[in-house]
Each structure stands twice: as C-alpha cells, then as structure tokens.
Design a protein around this ligand. Structure first.
Ligand code: TXA
Ligand code: MG
Length: 347
C-alpha cells in the first residue's frame, strides 16, 4: 500500500471486505437503510439494488466520493455517471432547466427505468458528469433504492456496480465478485427485477433521442410523447461516452444466432472441440458437453436473466457463448443492444 493517507473507514473495509446488509426487497429494515445512508453521506461507496441493476453509489455532490467510484470500477474518466434522486422535485437541485417533455416523462415514468439527460446545475461537480454541461438523472423504482436515497437526503451518483466493461450486476454476489473489498457497504436486496439498465433519453435538444435503449421501452416513450422517438446515432452518441466503450462482455467470446440457426452454430463449434455455452429461450437438442442456460420465453424473462447467464457461463469456463437473438421491439431492443456490445471484439 502507498504511504498516502486514506480515511480510516476506507482502510478498514479494504482489510475486512464490505459490510453486507441483507434486506427485504419490498420492506427494507429502516436501521439497515439508515446505516447505508449514513455511509453515503460520509463519502463512502454503497452498492444497492435498483429495479434495473445494482448501482455503485456515492454522494453525487462530493468530488472525492465520486472519484472513488471511477477508481473502484476502473471507469474511463470521460464516462459520466447517472445521478439518482428520491423525489421528482429534487430535479431542480441537479438540473439547470427542465424542458416540458422532460417534465411530462418524469411525471409519467418516475419512479422507473428512465434516465433523462438535462442541462447540468452548477452545484453538480465536474467529475460526476465527466466535465459535460449536461447531467443524467433518474429516480429509481426499487423500494430499497428509494428508501436509501431518501434517507441519505442527497443526490446519489451511481453507475452499474461492476468492473468497467464486464456484464452489469443483477445480484449482490455479482457486486462482491467484481468489486469486493473496494466497496464499503453492499445492500443485498436480492435479484434486480428488470435486469437491464435504464433507458437513457437526451431531452436537451429539439427532439428527444434515445442514447441507450433500456428497461423502459421506446414504444412507451412514443405513446407518452405522442410522436416517434428515434435512436441516437454518430455524433449524438459521442455525448453518451458509455456507448462508445466495449461493454457487458464476459471473458468468453459471444456469438449471436437466430433461433433456427442456434443448434447448427453450436454443433459446429462443439465439433471443433470448443467449450460452448448457450443462452436460449427454450430447450433445444445440443451436443453432449454443451452448457445451456434456459432463460424462459418472453422478453421480460430474457432481460431478467441475461447478465446472470453471461456471468454463469463464464464462471463455468465456456470459451464461446452462443446467445439466441430476439426481435428488436419492446425490451428486445435493450437485449440485442447488450448482446451486440458483449459480442464486439476488444478494440
Ligand atoms: O439502470 C441504470 O441506469 C443503472 C442503475 C444503477 O441506475 N445505472 C447505469 O449506469 O447503468 P452506467 O454508468 O453503467 O451507465 C450510464 C450511461 C452511460 O452510458 C453514460 O455514458 C451515460 O449513461 N450518461 C451518463 N451521464 C450522461 C450525460 N450527461 N450525457 C449523456 N450520457 C450520459
Ligand atoms: Mg454500466
């Protein structure tokens, strides 16, 4: 360890590992929530469940606390962090201006898996938004996340609680596997219900643009706004640096195959002697030795299981994971986005 002085709490946790607080996901124990909230206020790192994935939380207005998020995740410094609030009225404390479309969407979909990109208020430090003039804000729906943010009574910066680039964590064990001693407190509220991250929507321009498809569907946004909403492209995505980096990737190589091709792709790889894992919606005939993770029918089931499946097949030593493609509508847009990023080769 270097000679630099670090806060006692941080050093103790590095030796002892994080404090894990088990809570009921629907009715979290107020004493456990108060303890985790106190840690957040003191500038410590607290991982907690949201309805999408586990977040790695820190006091969003304390630059030193947010710096610890980047260090723990190994996150590129140009990738801004979502600020989580406990009440829609707190939007005014982090955003300089709230356009009418943003107001409408917040009223309709918060709490929930929608992140709004808005002009940044001056009190949000540079490090939280990676120097951008905008801030991404969301009010999560998970009872544990809401209770924690409200008890902390501060805006909470929280990216997904994984090592940068690896699949997002949907269970407390994933957080411990990836970050372990680098986190001070882990609030374990069981598996995350949605399983893919929030939809990131830029509402700073004339028309709303989806920067990342996620747990709230494009169709739901279009219905609420009464107009088509398009996906961001090129320059627009440069404003959402997270979309530039390779993401969600297990150690294994990922291949996407349509249902009719799935069996044949697996058979060919198995014939070459590769250790293959399959993510499929329902059973199929497979060569002996193939590891299969059946996620069940329906996009909701697939989204719920996706990251855990990638992590599990990795842990079982698969060299290649063949994942069943789904139609790109509803949650299928987010599922295919994550699969494509997982399948991208390192640059
Ligand atoms: O569901 C979620 O959104 C989870 C939970 C914990 O809330 N959080 C999450 O955070 O997925 P993270 O850091 O893994 O992904 C945030 C994404 C990144 O792609 C980042 O580049 C983008 O949001 N983002 C953050 N602030 C932004 C901003 N000001 N402008 C554009 N994109 C932004
Ligand atoms: Mg992430």
């Amino acid at each position: 360890m270097s000679g630099r002085r670090r806060p006692l709490a941080a050093r103790v946790s590095e030796l002892a590992g994080p404090k894990v607080l088990q809570v009921d996901p629907q009715r979290p124990d107020p004493a456990a929530i108060a303890e985790a909230a106190q840690a957040l206020r003191q500038g410590l790192l607290v991982a907690f469940p949201t309805e999408t994935v586990y977040g790695l939380g820190a006091h969003a207005l304390q630059p030193e606390a947010v710096a610890r998020i980047y260090a723990a995740k190994g996150r590129p410094p140009d990738n801004p962090i979502i600020v989580h609030i406990g009440h829609p009225e707190e939007l005014g404390a982090v955003a300089r201006e709230v356009p009418p479309a943003a107001r409408l969407l917040a009223a309709r979909f918060w709490p929930g898996p929608l992140t709004l990109v808005l002009p940044r208020a001056p009190q949000v430090p540079d490090i939280t938004t990676a120097g951008l003039d905008t801030v991404a804000v969301r009010m999560p729906a998970h009872p544990v996340a809401l209770a924690l943010i409200r008890a902390a009574a501060v805006p909470v910066a929280a990216p997904s609680a994984n090592r940068s680039g690896s699949p997002s964590p949907t269970r407390a064990q994933h957080v411990l596997d990836d970050l372990g001693p680098l986190v001070d407190v882990v609030v374990d509220g069981g598996p995350c219900p949605v399983g893919v991250e929030s939809t990131v929507l830029d509402v700073t321009g004339g028309e709303p643009v989806i920067l990342r498809p996620g747990g709230l569907t494009k169709e739901a946004l279009e219905e609420a706004l009464g107009r088509p909403v398009r996906m961001g492209r090129g320059e627009e995505l440069a404003r959402s640096p997270g979309t530039r980096h390779r993401h969600y990737a297990p150690k294994a190589q990922v291949i996407i195959a349509s249902r009719p091709q799935l069996g044949e792709v697996v058979r060919q790889l198995a014939q070459q002697g590769r250790r293959v894992g399959v993510i499929a919606t329902r059973p199929l005939a497979l060569p002996p030795g193939t590891l299969a993770r059946l996620v069940g029918r329906g996009l909701r089931r697939y989204a719920h299981e996706l990251f855990d499946a990638l992590r599990e097949l990795d842990a079982l030593g698969c060299e290649i994971i063949v994942a069943e493609a789904v139609p790109e509508r509803g949650l299928g847009l987010a599922i295919m986005d994550r699969l494509r990023r997982a399948a991208a080769r390192p640059q």
